[in-house]
Design a protein around this ligand. Structure first.
Ligand SMILES: Nc1ncnc2c1ncn2[C@@H]1O[C@H](COP(=O)(O)OP(=O)(O)O)[C@@H](O)[C@H]1O
Ligand SMILES: [Mg+2]
Length: 185
């Protein structure tokens, strides 16, 4: 379903080329949970970010369900991205939006009509057991709760791919277990 073929990423730093990802081939099937392990600086984030073309490969292709991301038009790529959720280590929530406002954002960017959003937001928050925090701001939440908001936001468009970049590495072991369980759910 997700296919990385001969993927390379080279950065140009002060006129010198630096290879962050070198000739990666990966096949990830539907319903598979695939983990990437490596030392800090190994290229995990760069590889992951190429999964929705936040980072463009310098060589090779990434295909999702047989469509090669780099062949898509701007509009097609935006549509494809709506079906790829992302969860980050530092949550990346908007501080000036409430919990439901943050979840709403992904739907707004996906042009989901206003009258449909409230129901989807409520369903998404229910999945991560945060219905009671809908009107809270991120600053009023614990790290684990913030990450649950980020998960609700990532799944709100009902993506078929979820890219997670160290989603538990800033959390304590107990919260980590709970976040992994939510991701699995
Ligand atoms: N935009 C960039 N410009 C230059 N070098 C980068 C850039 N992004 C990442 N790198 C370098 O690529 C390597 C891999 O980074 P990264 O993918 O963040 O590793 P990881 O997530 O495994 O810790 C690192 O050496 C990093 O400094
Ligand atoms: Mg990283």
């Amino acid at each position: 379903m997700i296919k990385f073929t001969n993927v390379c990423k080279t950065f140009s730093v002060k006129n010198k080329l630096f290879t962050a990802v070198s000739h990666v081939n990966l096949d990830i099937r539907e319903n598979e949970i695939y983990g990437i392990i490596g030392f800090s600086g190994a290229g995990k984030s760069t590889l992951l970010r190429m999964g929705n073309l936040l980072e463009k490969p310098t060589e090779g292709t990434i295909a999702i369900n047989d469509s090669i991301l780099s062949d898509l038009s701007g509009k097609q790529l935006r549509e494809a991205r709506n079906k790829i959720g992302m969860v980050f280590q530092h949550f990346n929530l908007l501080a000036n939006r409430t919990v439901q406002g943050n979840v709403s954002l992904a739907l707004e960017l996906a042009n989901v009509p206003k009258h449909e959003r409230a129901k989807i937001i409520a369903e998404s928050l229910q999945i991560v057991d945060l219905s009671d925090k809908a009107n809270h701001y991120p600053a009023q939440l614990s790290g684990g709760q913030k990450q649950r908001v980020a998960i609700a936001r990532a799944i709100s468009t009902r993506p078929n791919v979820l890219l997670c970049d160290e989603p538990t590495s800033s959390l304590d072991p107990q919260t980590t277990q709970s976040i992994l369980a939510y991701l699995k759910k």
